[in-house]
Ligand binder design. Sequence first.
Ligand code: G1P
Length: 305
Amino acid sequence: MSPTNPNGPARPVTKAVIPAAGLGTRFLPATKATPKEMLPVVDKPAIQYVVEEAVAAGLDDILMITGRGKRALEDHFDRNYELEETLSAKGDDTKLSLVQEATDLATVHYVRQGEPKGLGHAVLCAAQHVGDDPFAVLLGDDLIDVRDPLLARMVEVQQQRGGSVIALIEVQPSQIQLYGCAAVETTDEADVVRVTDMIEKPKSDAPSNLAMIGRYVIAPQVFDVLRHTKPGAGGEIQLTDALRVLAGRDDDGGPVHGVLFRGRRYDTGDRLDYLKAVIRLAAEREDLGPELLPWLREFLGQRRS
Ligand code: G1P
């Protein structure tokens, strides 16, 4: 039997919000004049993977929350006539289609955050664009492998059960302080839990080892909650704190369910994980893997001796 939605027939999810206003201090000096979202993962900027993921889940109305120094993001998803004309005059159709790919993916809108007051504040900047429908939020530091479609499952769970949906992974207890953490109860579906409590970056009071990762499908009632959310962890307005309020409700934006994710995820916000992501994805590519893998083996062999 499929689960019931307490809020009646679901309104469809068509919009995705991508906060991209962060300063990217972990990648300085590379990010001094370049947005961290533009750092290449193999040969594509990290942000393009995220937009592709939203589109693959059926969401092609994208709102990016940007800020100062993020012009390159707009340029990337815009046409570049000069480059396109040069490539087409040369007859280089392969490169031409790579250049056009980002433009043709989705309709991308932009709003600027102004002040960096936290993820909750960034999401609140989307209120006018989003309106009254549930919407997705994708954080650019988390890349989810296309072969493990998490967001589509989250949209499905939201449509079936209403309210809001977060994504959870199991982490080592020592790592939970880096994430938002959820207390949960099981449901009749193995990959879905009901969230009973949430805490952002817990110190010694983590209720579980279930960490929130950067994918959300959220009811629009969150905006009213965010307007009244006081700064929390790190002195910032936290999305987790607003979702916690929704988790305590049976309707009106709640309840909150979690989808347990066991697929491949790459954290490109961390330098070491970023390197791992580039190597893993390059190793799997047909045009790079066959030469990269033997080189890697040889390199590692030399390191051991
Ligand atoms: C944000 C969220 C946190 C979540 C994390 C996932 O934190 O606030 O709840 O666990 O993303 O990547 P940040 O990493 O931006 O500090």
